[in-house]
Design a binder for this molecule. Structure first.
Ligand SMILES: O=P(O)(O)OC[C@H]1O[C@H](OP(=O)(O)OP(=O)(O)O)[C@H](O)[C@@H]1O
Ligand SMILES: NC(=O)CC[C@H](N)C(=O)O
Ligand SMILES: [Mg+2]
Length: 504
């Protein structure tokens, strides 16, 4: 899950983009980039690493301009090479730069079409570079040298016709402005805000509302599925629905794990939904485990804390932060390789003996994906002296790959794939294990916006909203992106030579 930011301002925007990216860091830890426009020229800095490590003062000073976009990356296609860090640039037409959160599902078809019919070269294996070139091709079909808003919207409408998958996108067109658009199902989130200054209004788009808060922008609204909002360089806004049959189907995993609790996505509070997940799961535990003697409820920091607190309240059992999180280690699930993920759990979390010794503990996590965290954490709880270790997951069993921007490409790597609760319980070494029901998860998220009738829930039920995913597709994806293949491609990726950027 990557994070994107775009600002059209009246003074230099680089610092605000930096601040926005910093609060979106939880969405991607692999690479970061900012591109601004100054005097009709793009100024770019992108590299692998965290925001704080990629941008030094010398880069910030060079990133001049009142309009710019930024990206933080968690790779779901291509490689982890710095050449696939975003934003991407294309010279034609006009000069374009683009940042993308999501994943395209018709990558192979698009790549072939771009080469054979549009005669456009794509230099990396990134799906986002394809998206940029499709947009470029469509903008090039317009008649006017001075693009009108209608030209921009027609181009985006054509992009929607060609591209499938999840995409929340922000792009800049030199001499014109910035356009933000969201896929027709609204799988990936995108919000838009406004800031009043002495010189007039400034506008910002971002993956999550928390980025608006951090930059003092007022939340205006979510970008609708299929909609495009075009901000001209001189500060005018135009918006239009560009998809033929848009439908609201946001990714439910944003609420389970990805998004920050202080964000609101599609009018639904992430924090509120997690509290409600705790309430529903607490009710299920009370009903199904009424014979269990639980002494204490302990979260697995950090994402599950709000959920576990509510479960403890529900069960009327003490809540204790029995694990201490090393604040200098990032999120383990979005790390690129399984070896690194495994090692990081132990480095990241440590048990406080007194909370475990001689007790029956209920450990709570938001989700169990590969089982990397749960397996190790249960071992740690036992080593710290727990009598019994019960485990609860606020998300149902994750049994199917994700194809829309979460790096879960291989069913075989998912601990719940083809397994029932008892088998998973045995593998992770718990005394008892319980999962949230899918209906309860959906109800927990919908509570603050009942107008959302459907969510993208493929990892739980195998139903893919874009209707283009079959077993053959999933097998090819598995072969291309399972742990072993990824290790190999990433090794080779080191040899990819980057195109010139502002550099170190
Ligand atoms: O079953 P797994 O493959 O281990 O994946 C699930 C775990 O990974 C995530 O934590 P992460 O450490 O990424 O971030 P957090 O600190 O926000 O909880 C998530 O919150 C679970 O704890
Ligand atoms: N997580 C994402 O949104 C990834 C965006 C894009 N598919 C990439 O791999 O760079
Ligand atoms: Mg976690």
């Amino acid at each position: 899950m990557c994070g994107i930011v775009g600002i059209v301002g009246n003074t230099s925007v680089a610092q605000s983009i930096y601040d926005g990216l910093t609060v979106l860091q939880h969405r991607g830890q692999d690479a970061a980039g900012i591109v601004t426009i100054n005097d009709n020229t793009f100024r770019l800095r992108k590299a692998n690493g965290l925001v704080k490590d990629v941008f030094h003062t010398r880069h910030m000073l060079r990133l001049q301009g009142n309009i710019g976009i930024g990206h933080i990356r968690y790779p779901t296609a291509g490689t982890s090479s710095s050449s696939e860090a975003q934003p991407f640039y294309a010279n034609s037409p006009f000069g374009l730069a683009l940042a993308h959160n999501g994943n395209l599902t018709n990558y192979a078809e698009l790549k072939q079409w771009l080469f054979e019919s549009a005669r456009r070269h794509v230099n990396t294996t990134s799906d986002s570079e394809l998206l940029l070139n499709i947009l470029g091709h469509e903008l090039a079909q317009t008649e006017h040298l001075n693009l009108t808003p209608d030209d921009v919207f027609t181009s985006i409408a054509n992009v929607h016709k060609r591209v499938r998958g999840g995409y929340a996108t922000v792009a800049m067109i030199i001499g014109h402005g910035m356009v933000a658009f969201r896929d027709p199902n609204g799988i990936r989130p995108l919000v838009f805000g406004k800031r009043e200054t002495d010189k007039g209004a400034e506008y910002m788009v971002a993956s999550e509302s928390v980025a608006l808060d951090a930059c003092d922008f007022e939340f205006v609204r979510d970008v609708a599925p299929g909609e495009a909002i075009y901000f001209t360089e001189d500060g005018k806004i135009h918006s239009q629905q560009c998809a033929e049959a848009p439908s609201y189907s946001p990714c439910i995993f944003e609420f389970v794990y990805f998004a920050r609790p202080d964000s609101t996505i599609d009018k639904m509070s992430v924090y509120g939904s997690r509290v409600e997940m705790g309430k529903k799961l607490g009710e299920k535990i009370a009903k199904e485990w009424d014979d269990l003697d639980i002494d204490v409820v302990i979260p697995i920091p950090e994402t599950s804390c709000d959920i576990a607190l509510q479960i403890a309240h529900q069960l009327d059992i003490p809540y204790r932060q029995g694990f201490v999180k090393n604040r200098y280690i990032g999120r383990t699930f979005i790390m690129p390789g399984q070896e690194m993920r495994k090692k990081s759990v132990r480095r990241k979390l440590n048990a406080i003996g007194a909370e475990f010794k001689g007790k029956n503990v209920l450990l709570v996590d938001d989700s169990v994906v590969r089982g990397t965290t749960s397996e190790q954490i249960i071992e740690m709880a036992r080593a710290a002296g727990a009598k019994k270790v019960y485990f609860a997951s606020a998300a149902p069993e994750i049994r199917f790959p994700n194809v829309y921007g979460i790096d879960m490409p291989s069913a075989n790597e998912l601990i719940a794939h083809g397994r029932e609760v008892e088998d998973i319980c045995e593998i992770i070494g718990a005394d008892e294990l319980i999962f949230q029901d899918i209906e309860d998860l959906v109800a927990a998220v919908r509570i603050s916006n009942p107008e959302i009738k459907r969510f993208e829930t493929s990892v739980f039920d195998g139903v893919y909203i874009t209707n283009d995913i079959d077993q053959g597709y999933l097998e090819e994806l598995d072969a291309a992106r399972n742990n072993e293949s990824k290790e190999q491609t990433d090794k080779n990726a080191d040899s990819i030579i980057d195109l010139h950027n502002e550099g170190a």
